[in-house]
Write a protein of this length. Structure first.
Length: 283
C-alpha cells in the first residue's frame, strides 16, 4: 500500500465501510476543515510580481471528498485525486487510480509537460507522507518545495517549511525564493491586500535525543551480557546471535530433515526441553 492511500484502501477492504456510497463521500468532504483564504491564495497567485501561477490540487484522498471540500474554491478540472470504482448500487467497489507516492509524480510530470515554464519555477506544497516522493522529484528539478506541517520526513526534504493556519502563508517563501522579494516588500504586499504579518519567526528546528553517558554504557553492558548468556545457552549457534547461520559455506551439507531425538539423563528428569525454531539468512 502506498503511503497516503490508506483511506482509499480502507473504503474498499474494511467491512465497516461496505455501505459507503458516493454521496457519503461528498458529505464527508463538506466537513473537512480547510485553512483560511485558499480561494484568495489562488487569486493572488494568478498575478503576483509579474508572474502567473496555475493552481492545482493533487491529493491521495478520494476525488469525491476533495471536490466537495474545495467546491467553489478550486475548479474540478484542477483537482487530481484518487479515483474509486463503484458497483451498480453506488457502493465503493475498488480503487481505479491512487494519487499517492509515485502517483503524484506522474500527475506532476503531466502538468509540467502542459505548461511552458522552467523547472525551477515549479512550486510544490505538501503536508503528509504521500508527498515525500514528489518533493524529492521537484527538488531534483530544482523547483521549490514547501512543507506546511510538522511531518518530520517532509521537514528534512522540503527547501522551506511554513507553519500557519492561513493558506496565504506560503506566499512568503514563494516571494522570497522565486520573486526575490525582501522582507519589507513581502510585508508591504500583505498590507496592500488588507493583512498584517503580526508574527514571522524564521527558525531552524534541530531534533536531538540526549541520554546520560552512564545510562548509555549500562545499556550496552546489559546487551553484551544478554548476548553472552545466549551464546552459552546455545553453543551451536556460533556467536550467540539467534537466527544467524555462522557455519562456513564450504562446510554446509544439504540433507533431508531428520527427526530430532532428545535424550535425558535421570538427573534431568525434572527439567523441560523446549524446541527452538530459528530462521536465518537474508533474502
Amino acid at each position: 500500500m502506498q503511503q497516503g492511500g490508506e483511506l482509499a484502501y480502507l473504503l474498499v477492504h474494511e467491512r465497516a465501510f461496505r455501505e459507503v456510497r458516493k454521496k457519503h463521500l461528498r458529505e464527508a468532504g463538506k466537513k473537512v476543515r480547510l485553512k483560511r483564504h485558499i480561494l484568495l491564495l489562488s487569486k493572488l497567485l494568478e498575478d503576483i510580481g509579474g508572474c502567473h501561477f496555475a493552481f492545482y490540487v493533487v491529493s491521495a484522498a478520494p476525488q469525491e471528498i476533495v471536490e466537495s471540500a474545495l467546491e467553489g474554491i478550486v475548479p474540478a478540472d484542477h483537482i487530481y485525486a484518487s479515483q474509486l470504482a463503484f458497483d451498480e448500487e453506488g457502493r465503493v467497489a475498488g480503487v481505479s487510480t491512487l494519487r499517492a507516492g509515485y502517483g503524484k509524480v506522474v500527475i506532476l510530470d503531466e502538468l509540467r509537460a502542459q505548461a511552458p515554464i522552467g523547472h525551477n519555477r515549479l512550486v510544490y506544497v505538501g503536508d503528509g507522507s504521500s508527498d515525500v516522493h514528489v518533493m524529492l522529484h521537484v527538488n531534483r528539478l530544482e523547483g521549490l518545495t514547501i512543507a506546511v506541517s510538522e511531518n518530520r520526513f517532509l521537514a528534512q526534504i522540503a527547501k522551506r517549511s511554513v507553519l500557519s493556519d492561513d493558506a496565504l502563508s506560503i506566499l512568503a517563501p514563494i516571494a522570497e525564493e522565486i520573486l526575490g522579494w525582501k522582507t519589507a516588500e513581502i510585508r508591504a504586499f500583505f498590507e496592500q491586500h488588507g493583512f498584517i504579518l503580526r508574527e514571522w519567526e524564521k527558525v531552524q528546528t534541530d531534533r536531538l535525543s540526549i541520554v546520560s553517558a552512564a545510562q548509555e554504557a549500562e545499556t550496552h553492558t546489559s546487551a553484551d551480557r544478554a548476548l553472552e548468556e545466549k551464546s552459552e545457552a546455545f553453543p551451536h549457534m556460533g556467536d550467540g546471535r539467534m537466527g544467524v547461520d555462522c557455519t562456513p559455506a564450504a562446510a554446509r551439507v544439504t540433507a533431508q530433515p531428520q527427526p530430532v531425538r532428545t535424550e535425558r539423563k535421570p538427573s534431568e528428569a525434572g527439567s523441560r526441553v523446549e524446541p527452538v525454531i530459528a530462521q536465518g539468512g537474508r533474502r
